[in-house]
Design a protein around this ligand. Structure first.
Ligand code: PLP
Ligand SMILES: N[C@@H](CCOP(=O)(O)O)C(=O)O
Length: 471
């Protein structure tokens, strides 16, 4: 199966090629030409199966034979063997029809591990088959970076450069990136916001000579394989709650729109998802867009849910592509408008299509703290600020439809954000044992300005040095 770019001007690629490419050469994002679909009977058959087995079916269908089934099975087994919970992504009941899907039992305590542990293995596998090396560049508002560094540390065929906004991630998140001792890992603090970091990464991909010389690859959710791996937990959660015999709704703390897009993909693959609720913090560009049809950037505010302090929500482009009937030219026009004026307007028809599947609600800092406090007092369950946005959004779903189970995605462990959690609940969550000495480990990072030229020189020098030391 080939994968096509949302901007319609890049070569179509196989799953393995799209995996290594990251961003398409026309600046767009890859999507499969057609999505596989499971019958209700097949979905019912997922009930009671271990997570890894469902992952084999779902990721296997999306990879469409491009990765040999036995190799995929082995990689999935290894990837989810790194999780501390036997169910991998357990479902916890918090109230009547209210559930938390805990996605934070991987090595770095965030949902990013679910995809990244598999992505690292998939990339290494494909690079080894081809005898190639790659330079991975990624932008993080806190969690993707740590998850990528954990998944790729020490791999011989990749150098990893992670850009994070200086002073805008939590101490735990920063230390997960800066204390890893591996020569192929480079943590870069950028003087700017997450959006600046993400723009720099996209600019590196769009500088084709640099991209080709260093064989750039991406691990943000611009990489289709990230989304493919995230589709799996929508299936396991919904089936555990009675799908395909009844619909299940999901509330998703949203920033780059990758996680909730994975839910929409699951729906296109046959899963009966009721409503998909976008939850944002006060960086509410997506909530405003769904309400008004105008996507308009405003300055980004620093919040207690820093991983969602995002204005340019990359994966929204994939949804726009679908809502415009897969018209790459229409997406190019919208993206040009965004680059030139910081805004674009969605026409009535595509907006109606988006609104048919998605709803949105924004939470300010006071409501996030209140949700952490309420859930702790009423359910004895400690939420991190991002997951609290999900639970608050799920309550909104239940207020209008109490009969349909609402699953809030639990995207981070509360110990990643101890100060905010303690302030809201009075409880200071402890880091799991494997990270207990994180605050004592030595840090190693480079501070760079928000400057593409300087970043390119930095990456080229480091990548060449590692390659000549390895030769
Ligand atoms: C803890 C946490 N929650 C939610 C999000 C938002 O997810 P997405 O960017 O896929 O919308 C992120 C970052 O992406 C995150 O790190
Ligand atoms: N919240 C993310 C931002 C990057 O998102 P991604 O899913 O596109 O990698 C983070 O924590 O880094």
């Amino acid at each position: 199966m080939l994968h096509i770019s949302t901007r319609g001007e890049a070569p179509s690629l196989s799953f393995a090629d799209a995996l290594l490419a990251g961003l398409a050469r026309d600046g767009g994002l890859y999507l499969p030409q057609a999505l596989p679909r499971f019958s209700a009977q097949e979905i019912a058959g997922f009930a009671g199966k271990p997570y890894a087995e469902v992952a084999e079916r779902v990721v296997g269908a999306l990879a469409d034979g491009d990765i040999a089934a036995d190799a995929l099975k082995a990689m999935i087994g290894e990837a989810y063997g790194t999780f501390r919970h036997p169910a991998v992504c357990p479902l916890i009941q918090l109230g009547d029809n209210l559930f938390s899907l805990e996605l934070f039992h991987g090595p770095t305590l965030a949902f990013k591990d679910v995809a990244m542990q598999l992505l690292g293995r998939l990339m290494d596998h494909v690079l080894a088959q081809r005898g190639e090396r790659a330079t991975i560049v990624g932008a993080t508002s806190g969690d993707t970076g740590g998850a990528a560094i954990d998944a790729f540390k020490g791999l011989e065929r990749v150098d990893v450069f992670i850009l994070y906004p200086h002073g805008r991630v939590s101490d735990v998140q920063r230390r997960q990136m800066t204390t890893v001792e591996a020569d192929n890992v480079h943590a870069i603090a950028v003087e700017g916001t997450f959006d600046d970091c993400q723009n720099l990464v996209k600019a590196l991909f769009n500088h084709h000579a640099f991209r080709d010389e260093l064989r750039l690859s991406g691990v943000n959710s611009i990489n289709w394989a990230r989304i493919a791996a995230q589709v799996v937990y929508y299936f396991t959660a919904a089936v555990a709650l009675g799908a395909p015999h009844r619909p299940v709704s999901f509330a998703v703390p949203t920033g780059n729109f990758g996680d909730i897009l994975a839910g929409w993909i699951a729906k296109q693959m046959g899963l009966p998802i009721g409503r998909l609720m976008v939850g944002t913090n006060s960086n509410d560009i997506l909530a405003r867009t769904l309400e008004t049809g105008v996507y308009e950037m405003r300055g980004v505010a620093a919040t207690t849910s820093p991983s969602m302090d995002i204005q340019i929500s990359s994966n929204f482009e994939r949804l726009l592509f679908e809502a415009h009937g897969r018209d790459g030219a229409a997406v190019r026009r919208l993206m040009q408008s965004l680059a030139q004026s910081g805004r674009f307007e969605i026409a009535a028809e595509p907006l109606a299509r988006i609104r048919a599947d998605f709803h949105a609600v924004a939470q300010d800092e006071a409501s996030i703290a209140a949700e952490i406090g309420t859930t702790w007092r009423e359910a004895g369950y400690l939420l991190d600020p991002h997951s609290a946005i999900g639970v608050a959004a799920a309550r909104k779903l239940l207020a209008s439809d109490p009969a349909t189970p609402a699953v809030a995605l639990g995207t981070a462990h509360p110990a990643k954000f101890p100060a905010a959690v303690a302030a809201a609940s009075g409880v200071t969550p402890a880091l799991p044992e494997h990270l207990a000495d994180l605050m004592e480990r030595e840090e190693r990072f480079s501070l760079l300005p928000n400057d593409q030229g300087k970043l390119e020189r930095f990456i080229a020098e480091r990548a060449r040095a590692v390659r000549s030391a390895a030769a």
